[in-house]
Design a protein around this ligand. Sequence first.
Ligand SMILES: [Zn+2]
Length: 196
Amino acid sequence: MVNLEHLIQEYNLVEVRGDDFIIDMMYARSNNIVSTPVYKNIGFGDKAFLNAKAYAALKKLEPELKKLNMKLRICDAFRPLEAHREFLRLAPVKGLFKAVPEESLHCHGLAVDCCLTDENGKNLSYPTEIDAYTPEFAKELQNKNYDNYFRHLSKAGYNFENCSEEQKQNRQFLRQFMQNAGFSPIPNEWWHFNFI
Ligand SMILES: [Zn+2]
């Protein structure tokens, strides 16, 4: 079990709060790609934390979100090392989670998984769900059908073109939106942004 107070001190974490953010930590629920609420299992709970520097950057987005009449859904932020190790155990497949937990920027509170929603909290349309989650593909992962899973995961990349114009535009808009606040995208997951 993790000690939240220790983690907050060790990584200089701040809880993400605000009307413009929807906190929806996917690894605190069971409908995620490892099919179990790891964050709850290890006593971390369902709150989003970021390193204070990354949080300050995220807060810059609030006036912009209000202007756009949108919200930012946050599905992962700081991730305890214990959780990352559990992901590696539950999904021992190369390239899905960083093999060395300490190298994951999530584990330092310097990465966020997110998407934009309308004012009612309904996600805009993107080429996949965050984590490319579907119940079907979570099952593929559980059954160790890794090839099928990775075929599906390829839809998560920025260069995936076999989706609608609207989805491409939303993906691009999110990328620019996060970059404006100082976050950096990565090529293979449209929802993941680093603060480095
Ligand atoms: Zn991520």
